[in-house]
Design a protein around this ligand. Structure first.
Ligand code: PAD
Ligand code: ZN
Length: 368
């Protein structure tokens, strides 16, 4: 079967024939229908984010169960599933306290590139190839832990289901679950890519009154308006902090969501919120990056800084809920998918992401 492998930082992905082993105890093999192209994969390709290499990238996806390993009774071949990039055990302190994104199971798989038993199912000519975040959706077939899947309604188109696996759950979740934005609030989203556009539509769902989108590209600001932004600011043309103050009676916004992963824009976002406001950091900054924030303002202005991993989601609850909102016409997924590429053109899809041309693109493995 074909998969896209990253062998070294700075190199393009190699699309090649790989061997995939059968699922073992507690694992599920999925025939991937679509894999979303997210900036987190690009961070790994650039070296801003580390992962054991070589690796089959892709952490956003959906597909159809092909085979199940021993002991798996909740899935059967033919089930449609969304793939989760943070598997959660359901039993640890974090899972029991409603924070499954913080579970050790998913973190262990992410940083080792191995499934829970410490081995990989992927190889090529005897060389081991790692899993990415336990998903590896840039492959025709992949193997996941049973805890890394959510069964979905088979009527939902699988490309639309795929983007729920990262961009939508992360962006909408940051607003609804992490920040719990209330009706009438003002919020800023800096970075209007696949994830940021979903923070914007999360703001609409939450009933925010002002949803101010900030980007450096006008085409992204046009997408932002389509997803519910009430105001847009091109930060390459005006000082975005001053512009936000003007739009919020000089106070600053109630909430700001940084969805780029740049220490400079994290600092900007902190300065965009009002006294007592909340900054939510969604973007993944380079591993060694530090952020500069005026220390006394944290106390004097009672500002809050929150991280949001995977939209603080409870995926088995949130994925079906988001897909129901899509079916009800209240969540934009069709509009999110600007382009579809065959796996042979995956490097072109990443070039388009680098250039900021798309809202989100997906790699299509099957036509369903
Ligand atoms: P993307 O490349 O589609 O979007 C990034 C956007 O930021 C683009 O529209 C850029 O034009 C814009 N941008 C870049 N620099 C600036 C600037 N200085 N000022 C304003 N706008 C700017 O990426 P994405 O939406 O796929 O991912 C966004 C980030 O979210 C990225 O860091 C990714 O790794 C991270 C992410 N976090 C989680 C999580 O759980 N927290 C999950 C998934 C992705
Ligand atoms: Zn992602």
């Amino acid at each position: 079967m074909k998969g896209a492998v990253l062998y070294a930082v700075g190199q393009p992905l190699q699309v090649e024939e790989l061997t995939v082993q059968n699922p073992r105890q507690g694992e599920v093999m999925v025939r991937v229908a679509a894999g979303g192209v997210c900036h987190s994969d690009l961070h790994v390709m650039n070296g801003d984010l580390t992962a054991p290499l070589p690796v089959v990238l892709g952490h956003e996806g959906a597909g159809v169960v092909e085979k199940v390993g021993e002991g798996v009774s909740e899935f059967k071949p033919g089930d449609h599933v969304v793939l989760l990039w943070r598997a959660s055990c359901g039993e640890c302190f974090f899972c029991l306290s409603g924070r499954p994104a913080l579970c050790d199971l998913g973190a262990g798989i992410r940083w080792s590139g191995h499934l829970a038993d410490g081995t990989s199912r992927f190889s090529r000519a005897g060389q081991e190839i790692r899993h990415f975040a336990g998903v590896s959706s840039f492959a025709e077939l992949t193997v996941l832990p049973r805890e890394g899947l959510v069964k979905i309604d088979p009527e939902i188109p699988l490309a639309q289901a795929a983007v729920v696996g990262c961009a939508v759950m992360t962006g909408v979740g940051a607003v609804i679950n992490t920040a719990k934005v209330e009706p009438g609030a003002s919020m800023v989203v800096i970075g209007c890519g696949g994830v940021g556009l979903n923070a914007i539509q999360g703001g609409s769902l939450a009933g925010a009154e002002k949803i101010i989108a900030v980007d450096i590209l006008d085409n992204k600001l046009a997408y932002a308006r389509q997803f519910g932004a009430t105001h847009t600011i091109n930060a390459s043309q005006v000082d975005p902090i001053e512009a936000i103050k003007e739009l919020t009676e000089g106070r600053g916004a109630d909430y700001a969501f940084e969805v780029i992963g740049n220490p400079k824009t994290i600092t900007q976002a902190y300065r965009m919120i009002r006294r007592g406001g909340t900054l939510v950091v969604v973007g993944v900054a380079p591993v060694t990056a530090e952020v500069s924030i005026n220390a006394s303002s944290i106390m004097l202005e009672e500002k809050m800084i929150r991280g949001s991993l995977y939209g603080s989601c409870r995926p088995k609850l949130d994925a079906p809920r988001l897909l129901n909102l899509y079916k009800a016409g209240k969540l934009k997924l069709d509009e999110l998918i600007s382009r579809e590429y065959p796996i042979a053109q995956i490097n072109e899809a990443f070039d388009a992401l680098r250039r900021g041309e798309v809202a989100r693109s997906v790699i299509r493995m099957t036509s369903s």
